[in-house]
Design a protein around this ligand. Structure first.
Ligand code: IMP
Ligand code: MG
Length: 181
């Protein structure tokens, strides 16, 4: 799998070190407040959530949700379909949404609205990656691991056609790997 990678943008060591910093920052920010429910968006957030929570010093809980975009440009920005819903009630609870990447911003825009509709008091976002050049909806994660250029990346949860999620770093695929898909 690694031989299909052209360039490594973020190494495993850099991700781990950044998760220590983010974990400390989040723990400090919520100190003395109600701890948020961490909501990981499946499947891309799994490695990041697993790494991040090692560094969270709060009375925390986490849960998962899986949404898919309708993938139809005629549907208004941000419409998503719930594939798998949360297992717990989030009424009157603060949420920290955990994402792999904020690209157009449509996903977090829609999911935030969804979580507020379910009664969340606050929704903040922590994202491993941010690709600001591609933004369509005016959304921003409160906590960002790394800002990256407008390149399609894989690894650490991010996929191309459901593959490469297991790579321990963030990399750019060789062009020939896109062919035939
Ligand atoms: P958004 O709704 O456009 O912000 O997209 C968020 C979702 O698009 C992410 O959760 C990823 O699943 C996917 N995505 C966006 N950019 C990339 C990329 O460079 N590599 C892999 N997946 C990506
Ligand atoms: Mg994806």
């Amino acid at each position: 799998m690694e031989s299909n990678i052209k360039e490594i943008l973020v190494t495993e060591a850099e991700i781990k070190a950044r998760c220590v910093e983010l974990g400390k920052q989040i723990s400090d920010d919520y100190k003395g407040k109600e701890a948020p429910l961490f909501v990981g968006l499946l499947k891309g957030s799994v490695p990041f959530l697993a790494e991040l929570i090692k560094n969270i010093d709060l009375d925390m809980q986490y849960d998962f949700m899986c949404v898919s975009s309708y993938g139809n440009s005629t549907v208004s920005a941000g419409d998503v379909k719930i594939i798998m819903d949360l297992n717990v009630s989030i009424k009157n609870r603060p949420i920290l949404l955990v994402e792999d990447i904020v690209d157009t911003g449509k996903t977090i825009h829609a999911v935030k609205e969804l979580l507020f509709n379910k009664g969340a008091t606050e929704v903040k976002v922590v994202s491993l990656l941010d690709k600001p050049d591609r933004r369509i909806v005016d959304e921003k994660a409160e906590y960002v691991g790394f800002v990256i250029p407008d390149k399609f990346v894989v690894g650490f949860g991010l996929d191309f056609a459901e593959r490469y999620r297991q790579l321990p770093f963030i990399g750019v695929l060789k062009e020939e790997c896109y062919k035939g898909e």
